[in-house]
Design a binder for this molecule. Structure first.
Ligand code: SF4
Length: 361
């Protein structure tokens, strides 16, 4: 606890808050890209410590939220097959597809198991040789190395009933899609866990090309406040660059072993992001030499995709253009127990966070 307390020290928090508010000379809008940051910012009440001139908006960093309805529909279709066991991270079970959800299919008897890692899904494959085990692989550069290691292990053991349906994504193309769309952002609070794998350099194009500062940030209150102070200083000095606040986890080079696994198993591909549509080279698919584990190739299905509920504004929220309270369904029809859109499902989703912490603006 001592370690955490160090980052939640009341005097330090007050001191940082005071420094920030003394540094404010005009309005600032900063986007936190990571869903973990969205949750931490509101859990620790960070906005209440900041001048009203500082606006924090959420971005596309909740993996469950950005996973498209087409992926959910495909997973639901797989779950209807007699010889398939779906393995998935917990939150994904509750995300509505266009006609059903994995949760509803599970109630009707589909074999859908929540796992905490790809290796756990692989264990289910070993124990059920007469079934096809489909692992729903979602998440960014943080979780994709775990899938890569799992696929390498399956290959080593020559396991023939384990398949990956990949919706893994990489973060920089989505950030570029947002800034090139013209959303007014003065700085990015960049995802610390992603950068721990990739290294800080992946964000370098943002200050270079778009003149917007980036601070790679940890998840404790003093981390978040220090990052906001760093960003304000960059803006005030008109000197945007990539700065590492989360030095206890992030380096310029990142985790080169994880990067090597990623590169060996995956290759970039175009990917559908909820709210964005297709973003070129923003996804990760299995390389051809691991094609025997690719669910799309080995267990092909066609899906009857329907449009999402037109009243749900998840897409605009994920692009930093709207906030949850602007959705007509927020906190009345759409609540965590009955989510209409993906952003109300996950603990890292903006709508879920706003609902949980009763944010009113
Ligand atoms: S409140 Fe529900 S319906 Fe509205 S944007 Fe959020 S998830 Fe979508």
């Amino acid at each position: 606890m001592k370690f955490i307390d160090e980052y939640r020290d009341k005097d330090l928090i007050e001191n940082l808050s005071s420094q920030i508010n003394k540094s404010v000379i005009h309005d600032y809008t900063f986007m936190e890209v990571c869903g973990g940051h969205t949750a931490a910012i509101h859990r620790f009440g960070i906005p209440s410590l900041l001048s009203e001139k500082i606006r924090l908006i959420s971005g596309p960093g909740c993996p469950v939220c950005v996973t498209g309805t087409d992926f959910i529909d495909k997973a639901v279709t797989y779950s209807e097959m007699e010889d398939v066991i779906i393995t998935t991270f917990g939150d994904l079970v509750r995300v509505p597809g266009s006609a059903s959800s994995l949760e509803k299919k599970r109630v009707k008897g589909a074999d859908i198991r929540v796992v905490f890692s790809g290796l756990e899904a692989l264990e289910i494959a070993r124990a059920n040789p007469d079934k096809k085990i489909i692992f729903l692989a979602i998440g960014f550069e943080t979780t994709a190395p775990g899938t890569a290691v799992t696929v390498k292990q399956a290959d080593k053991e020559d396991i023939n009933n384990f398949f990956v349906l990949s919706a893994h994504k990489i973060m920089p193309p989505a950030m570029e899609a947002i800034v090139s769309e013209g959303v007014n952002i003065d700085g990015f609070i960049c995802p610390g866990h992603v950068a721990a794998i990739t290294g800080s350099s992946i964000f370098g194009f943002i200050p270079e090309k778009y003149k917007i500062g980036c601070v790679i940030t940890g998840f404790e209150p003093t981390d978040l406040l220090q990052s906001i102070l760093m960003l304000i200083t960059q803006v005030n000095n008109s000197s945007p660059f990539v700065e590492i606040q989360y030095k206890r986890a992030v380096t310029v080079k990142g985790n080169t072993i994880a990067q090597k696994d990623l590169k060996e198993v995956f290759e970039p591909c175009d990917a559908i992001w909820r709210g964005f549509g297709v973003i070129p080279s923003s996804g990760l698919r299995l390389q051809n030499n691991y094609g025997k584990f690719n669910a799309d190739i080995q267990v092909p299905v066609s899906i009857d995709y329907k449009e999402d509920d037109s009243r749900c504004i998840c897409g605009e929220i994920l692009r930093g253009m709207k906030t949850p309270e602007q959705c007509p369904l927020f906190a009345n029809i759409c609540v965590p127990e009955n989510p209409v859109g993906a952003c109300m499902v996950s603990n890292e989703g903006s709508c879920n966070t706003w609902y949980k912490y009763k944010i009113v603006r």
